[in-house]
Design a protein around this ligand. Structure first.
Ligand SMILES: *Cc1c(COP(=O)(O)O)cnc(C)c1O
Length: 402
């Protein structure tokens, strides 16, 4: 009766697409024990090291000792506390919107927003390389979904022009975490206004990373106040857990009445809420954290340019925004996996990203930097990678998609 499971697993094994869990023990923001060995992590989204910041931990401990862990109910029952309200207000103030609404995760925020907005009279216009949570939100919505070619505003406009929908919603990642490039937000905002659309942007990887004050890609392009829904997560640079959307009071009221992934689930645990508040305070009080991340990005970019594989690292071509994510396109999933294993043996954790997370034939190593990496970590990774690249080199499939 369950042979189909074994068959499915076997197929995954044969195509080198099977995933496994590896339990690690965190040692520092950028180091962990894996299989008993100390390794440097180039695999977390904790870009500023806030998940282990002493001031964040101190506030979480102090608050948790007084208030406990649990929200104990959904937000609309008794799970919404003063500290949840305070975080929503802080996020709204930070993003420059009237209001913000918290969700248990960023994934659930995207599901809920798209399900609530995407009723059957709506059309959704979605970038082909959007994050899985946006894709799943589109699937959950009753709306008709148009997928436009990645970052292709001409294609987007042709789809918008031919749509007769009463409500049009454009949806895009702000910073594409598997591709290291940013959405052409200035052009997208212009189109949204021309065609009377709503715009949802996902700033999961770009908040606290891009923009003069860390608001994200929308701030970089100067369009923050023209975006209806600025979604983000507390689980990446914030170093905590949770999702949110910064929006108007009216849309917040609508979402909290209609977004099922908000209504029918327990609210965020109190320590996660306090951690996010503390992280935002630390971020604003200590500009050296962000400066250290920028320095690492610059140094790593410089080291990469000297290597033979620099042409295979995807970057943002138009706006020249280089973030902390460096996707190194390998092509073949088996080779990407083998490279990742060799790097791990040498003490560097760099995950291989394979289909279906990325399109077939575009398996990659995804290197993500933190403010807390030392320059020796960056030099070390480049050296090992260069060596392993030569060994794997002749087997790497030709680059089809860059
Ligand atoms: C990680 C991520 C999410 C989901 O956020 P979680 O809080 O981890 O659920 C949503 N969108 C993008 C672009 C992401 O990278």
């Amino acid at each position: 009766m369950t042979e189909w499971v074994e068959e499915a697993l076997l197929k995954l094994d044969q195509s080198r697409l099977r995933r496994r869990l590896t339990a690690l023990r965190p040692l520092s923001p950028v180091e962990a024990l894996i299989f008993g060995h100390r390794v440097v992590l180039f695999s977390t989204n904790d870009y500023l090291g806030l998940s282990q910041h002493p001031r964040v931990i101190e506030r979480v401990l102090e608050f948790t000792a007084r208030m406990g862990l649990g929200p104990r109910a959904a937000s609309l029952l008794s799970g919404y506390t003063e500290i949840h309200e305070q975080l929503e207000q802080e996020l709204a103030r930070f993003k420059g919107t009237e209001a913000a609404l918290l969700f248990p995760t960023g994934y659930m925020a995207n599901l809920g927003i798209l399900q609530a907005l995407g009723t059957d009279e709506a059309h959704i216009f979605s970038d082909a390389l959007n994050h899985a949570s946006l894709i799943d939100g589109c699937r959950l919505a009753k709306a008709h979904v148009h997928v436009y070619r990645h970052a292709d505003v001409d294609h987007l406009e042709s789809l918008l022009r031919s749509s007769r929908a009463q409500r049009k919603i454009i949806v895009t990642d702000a910073y594409f975490s598997m591709d290291g490039d940013v959405a052409p937000l200035a052009e997208i905002v212009a189109l949204k206004e021309k065609y009377g659309c709503l715009l949802l942007i996902d700033e999961a990887h770009s908040t606290l990373v891009f923009g003069r004050t860390g608001k994200g890609v929308a701030e970089h392009f100067g369009v923050s106040d023209r975006v209806e829904f600025q979604m983000g997560t507390l689980s990446k640079a914030f170093g905590s857990l949770g999702g949110y959307v910064a929006t108007s009071r009216k849309f917040k009221a609508y979402l909290l009445n209609r977004a099922r992934s908000f209504i029918f689930t327990t609210s965020l645990p109190l320590p996660a809420v306090v951690a996010a508040l503390a992280a935002l305070d630390v971020f604003r009080a200590d500009p050296t954290l962000h400066a250290a991340l920028c320095e690492n990005i610059e140094l790593f970019s410089k080291l990469l340019r000297r290597t033979s594989f620099s042409g295979r690292v995807k970057t943002d071509k138009d706006s020249r925004l280089q973030g902390p994510i460096f996707p190194l396109i390998v092509g073949d999933a088996a080779i990407a996996l083998a490279l990742s294993e060799r790097l791990l043996e040498a003490g560097y954790h760099v995950p291989a990203i394979r289909p279906p997370t990325v399109p077939p034939g575009t398996a990659r190593l995804r290197i993500s930097l933190s403010a807390r990496h030392h320059s020796e970590h960056l030099h070390g990774l480049i050296t090992v990678l260069a060596d392993q690249w030569v060994r794997a080199g002749t087997h790497c499939s030709p680059l089809l998609v860059m």
